[in-house]
Design a protein around this ligand. Structure first.
Ligand SMILES: [Mn+2]
Length: 328
């Protein structure tokens, strides 16, 4: 650690709570919290390793000083005076990290997915909005499976990612990080899938793009998002009022802004474009879940990636909070 003062040093040291110094809670006793933050370091890593396993704690460490949620946030509220990030009466808690293991052995990953489904189902049954800090991009598969009995009915998915993740399998693994949207498309409770930000070269091949188009995915590639009204047109493809799950891969951002990724693709989203996307979704449909995956702490530079991830999460938290408050 360096001796350079941090924001935490300036504004009251390290909090004793969870991410953003939220109260901590137990996954086995969800209570009636509105927004449930859960760290899920691993689900089904490839044999190359679970390189995002420590991301939830890196995100927590980046921005968690006392009172942070009670300060005024100019990104969410401009100069409209606010009491803090969450509206009065809206609660959020950090449920810590699930007891998953960073190992690609089949029996381990099957247990990881079972643990994840158990935790998510419990939170959804309690009426909370799951807010997942991953983990690699295999984490959303068991999370999305958990919506099969969701009281809100069928869901849409908004994926924000440089990569489309439509591989049927990679090296025989069907539950891995390159297959999440393909697996989601097979779930009976998943309807419209809108995918934003595709660019560059990832694992996708001709047949994968074809399968996604055949399913009816609305693709808005990075190039299209940059066209006039590109973001508004993309979000208009989400069915209005249908609960939407937001699957965010942080490599959707430009690697200059988000260095802590394994799949860096040039020409990505900026911070304010991401804010525009978040605000447009929040105005379009109730957000029934959120995941932020693929932060790779070993690739980070001066905590820049972790700080960005924490900031993006903070914005999403505030928007979900406002949505919940408006429907009370
Ligand atoms: Mn990706």
């Amino acid at each position: 650690m360096s001796d350079t003062p941090s924001m935490s040093d300036l504004f009251g040291g390290k909090g004793s709570g969870g991410w953003l110094n939220m109260p901590r809670a137990e996954i086995n006793a969800p209570g009636d919290v509105d927004i449930a933050v859960v760290g899920i370091g691993s689900a089904t890593p490839y044999t190359a390793g679970s390189y995002c396993h420590d991301a939830p704690d890196a995100i927590r460490a980046a921005r968690s000083w006392p009172k942070i949620l009670e300060q005024h946030d100019f990104d969410l509220f401009g100069v409209e005076p606010s009491e803090g990030v969450l509206p009065a009466g809206i609660t959020a808690a950090d449920f810590g990290n699930l007891d998953v293991v960073a190992d690609s052995a089949a029996e381990v990953t099957a247990r990881n997915r079972q643990i994840i489904r158990g935790a998510m189902t419990g939170l959804l049954d309690a009426g909370a909005v799951p807010f997942v800090l991953g983990g690699d991009d295999s984490v959303p598969i068991p999370v999305l499976e958990s919506y099969c009995g969701f009281a809100g009915g069928p869901i849409s998915i908004l994926q924000i990612d440089a990569h489309i993740d439509w591989r049927d399998e990679v090296g025989g693994e069907r539950e891995g990080l390159s297959s999440n949207m393909r697996r989601a498309s097979e779930m009976a409770h998943v309807g419209k899938i809108v995918q934003l930000g595709a660019r560059g070269i990832g694992s996708a091949r001709k047949a994968d793009v074809r399968a996604a188009l055949d399913y009816g995915v609305a693709f808005h590639t990075m190039r299209h998002l940059l066209a006039p009204d590109g973001i508004a047109r993309a979000i208009a493809d989400l069915p209005e009022g249908v609960p939407v799950y937001i699957a965010l891969d942080v490599d959707s951002m430009d690697p200059v802004l988000m260095p802590a990724v394994i799949g860096a693709a040039q020409g990505g989203l900026s911070y304010w474009q991401m804010m525009q996307i978040f605000e447009a979704v929040a105005a379009r449909a109730p957000i029934c879940g959120f995941n932020m995956v693929e932060l790779m702490p070993a690739r980070d530079v001066n905590d820049q990636g972790a700080l960005m991830a924490s900031r993006l999460g903070l914005s999403m938290l505030g928007l979900i909070g406002r949505q919940r408050a408006a429907t009370r």
